[in-house]
Design a protein around this ligand. Structure first.
Ligand code: ADP
Ligand code: MG
Length: 312
């Protein structure tokens, strides 16, 4: 049983008053007639997501950033956050750095920390985030249309390289090392780009669990398909030189946004990517085939590792 089957079996319920319940990056609830609230919670736990050696500043940053990513993926503006913190003991130096990290991220995205919970125990950091969006253009995973362009907001794969580096991974140039660690430790969801362009977007999802796995959520689960041109997926040349594009496609923790849009908006979206200094682009098309096909150097390829899963 993987985590999605677990949620489906034990927790999925028909929605009553929510606009959208379990199943997307954030839940949607009514705020007033025009607007809605977006809610999500994400936890980082010791040994699964970080270790005792992890830099507390970046842990603080990341705990909030991964939650902001869920709001951004829904086309929302993050507004408030609650922090639930479990620590083994009071280490003032650690707490000081951790709090600086989370506050720096909150400042960058204009999020207000309004509450939380503190406990003693095995370390974990859980953030609940609240965001805002007009009801009429909130983005969901299920709104892709046949023949839509499929886009990614920036290059992918850096975070996985950064993760590998934190475990004494592959050799690479110092410049790439820096970029990879930056992506892994200090993700920056592309909020301004998404807010500027959501009027052109149909479906959207963050690729926290890896591109291959997240693509399934916006296609096959919606009885649609996709044709992806692997050679057009923006990634550092390291992946091509090592013939390991699969790593970039299946490695998680890239807090970039996968989205679909009508082909007629291609130029406008491309111009906005440039303006926001993002190296994203079109990587494929939504089809009616109910499967995701990856074409690499003119041949169909299969990527078996379907992204990061906690179980199964
Ligand atoms: P993400 O990768 O964006 O954090 P998840 O894969 O954790 O999302 O969760 C998928 C969906 O299932 C989300 O809508 C989430 O709110 C919901 N979900 C996850 N765990 C639970 C749970 N224990 N109870 C109810 N809903 C859950
Ligand atoms: Mg998500």
């Amino acid at each position: 049983m993987n985590e999605f089957q677990l949620i489906e079996k034990f927790f999925k319920q028909p929605k009553k008053n929510a606009i959208l319940g379990i199943g997307d990056d954030a839940a949607i609830i009514p705020k007033n007639e025009k607007d809605c609230l977006l809610l999500s919670v994400d936890t980082l736990s010791i040994d699964s997501h970080f270790t005792k050696q992890s830099d507390p500043y970046y842990l603080g940053w990341k705990a909030l950033a991964v939650n902001i990513s869920d709001i951004v993926a829904m086309g929302g503006v993050p507004t408030f956050a609650l922090l639930s913190l479990t620590v083994e003991d009071i280490n003032k130096k650690w707490l000081s750095k951790f709090s600086q990290g989370i506050k720096a991220c909150a400042k960058k995205y204009n999020v207000e920390l309004i509450g939380g919970d503190t406990n003693r125990g095995s370390m974990s950091v859980s953030v609940t985030i609240i965001g805002d969006s007009p009801r009429k253009n909130v983005l969901t995973r299920s709104a892709a249309k046949i023949n839509d362009d499929i886009w990614i907001s920036d290059e992918i794969g850096y975070a996985h390289l950064g993760f590998a580096l934190s475990k004494h991974g592959p050799t690479m140039s110092n410049c790439l090392k820096k970029r990879a660690l930056q992506a892994f430790l200090k993700p920056e969801p592309p909020m301004n780009f998404i807010l500027d362009n959501k009027k052109y977007m149909h479906a959207a999802i963050d690729i926290s669990d890896g591109l291959v796995s997240e693509l399934e959520h916006i296609t096959v689960e919606q009885k649609l398909g996709a044709k992806i041109d692997v050679d057009s997926i923006p990634m550092h040349k390291w992946f091509k030189e090592h013939n390991n594009q699969e790593l970039a496609l299946t490695g998680g923790e890239d807090y970039q946004i996968l989205f679909t849009a009508n082909k007629k908006n291609r130029n406008k979206i491309n111009n906005s990517l440039k303006k926001n200094k993002l190296k994203g682009g079109v990587i494929g098309t939504i089809t009616n085939s109910k499967k995701v096909e990856f074409e690499h150097k003119g041949k169909l390829v299969n990527y078996k590792k379907g992204g990061f899963k906690h179980f199964g």
